[in-house]
Design a binder for this molecule. Structure first.
Ligand code: AMP
Length: 284
């Protein structure tokens, strides 16, 4: 595995591969790897000649500075895991390489409605940071295929939008991979390592609540079932940002479900300052 730290060096290396007509798959991450990340590398391996992964904890997407400070960093272990998973080129840039002119006055992207609901509403500025880093990474790597996790449902939509906004829609195919879960249902996440042991057990309630919605949603008003899911979380001591049911294609919130429209249940909630998110598509 080649480790590259400089954008120009990586860009030139990939340019050569592109000239040889090698398909390039790209898996962006913030490190602290788990099997969810590795499943994306696996998917990329199957479909591309070259797999590029990035490891960069992007400061501009943390709307809460404490969350950034506490974000888990396991660099040595990550490098071994990327290599073991078959990553060909690992990009580990420094903040100055991604943001050569600093992190103030970065481009603002018009994400419209997407930035006003759910994660957009509860984490102001977060998706601007996601766009800033993705625009830069995509411009450096120029992959044929990009691999993202459904775990970050709204982020997948935001990244599709940024690809469109920077004019790469015809160049880059977005592949969304299913959420990998622990045996007890908890969606794998780097932040899970920050949960206290007692909270780790309670954390399974997130997927239980979403599964409850998935299995019991009936056509009509969605308020009652959302309240029931919220109650499950409240009883375990969660502080809830939202439990919502939304149109799976647009994320418009669905107050009355017609029983046919494809919808997704999404939640974000804290256990002792650790913020967890998860979602389940209800009718695939
Ligand atoms: P992160 O390092 O958290 O920025 O995540 C990097 C990529 O891995 C993103 O596309 C995430 O959606 C994806 N990912 C995170 N958790 C999971 C999971 N449990 N299953 C599948 N993909 C995941």
């Amino acid at each position: 595995m080649i480790i590259s730290k400089k954008p120009r060096e990586l860009h030139d290396l990939l340019e050569k591969k592109r000239k040889e007509k090698f398909e390039i798959g790209f898996v962006p991450t913030m490190g602290a790897l788990h099997d969810g990340h590795l499943s994306l590398v696996d998917a990329a391996k199957k479909q591309n000649k070259i797999v590029v992964c990035s490891l960069f904890v992007n400061p501009t997407q943390f709307n809460d500075p404490e969350d950034f400070k506490k974000y888990p960093v396991t660099l040595e272990k990550d490098i071994l895991m990327f290599e073991g998973a078959g990553c060909d080129v690992l990009f580990i840039p420094a903040v100055e390489d991604i943001y050569p002119n600093g992190t103030n006055d970065l481009t603002h992207y018009d994400l419209g409605f997407l930035e006003t609901v759910l994660e957009g509403k509860f984490r102001p500025g977060h998706f601007q940071g996601v766009c800033q880093v993705m625009a830069r990474l995509l411009e450096i790597v120029l992959p044929n295929n990009l691999y993202l996790g459904q775990k970050d449902y709204q982020q997948c939509m935001v990244i599709k939008k940024i690809i469109e906004l920077i004019g790469l829609r015809d160049e880059i195919k977005v592949n969304i991979c299913p959420t990998l879960r622990e045996e007890d249902g908890l969606a794998m996440s780097s932040r899970n390592t920050r949960l206290l042991p007692a909270d780790r057990i309670k954390a399974t309630t997130i997927s239980k609540a979403l599964r409850y919605v998935k299995e019991n949603l009936k056509p009509g008003n969605t308020k009652k079932i959302k309240d029931e899911a919220m109650e499950m979380l409240l009883q375990k001591g969660f502080l809830i940002d939202y439990v919502e049911i939304a149109n799976a294609d647009t994320l418009d919130l669905v107050e009355n479900w017609n029983g046919k429209q494809k919808v997704v249940a999404l939640t974000a909630a804290f256990l002792n300052n650790v913020r967890l998110i998860d979602n389940m598509v209800i009718n695939t």
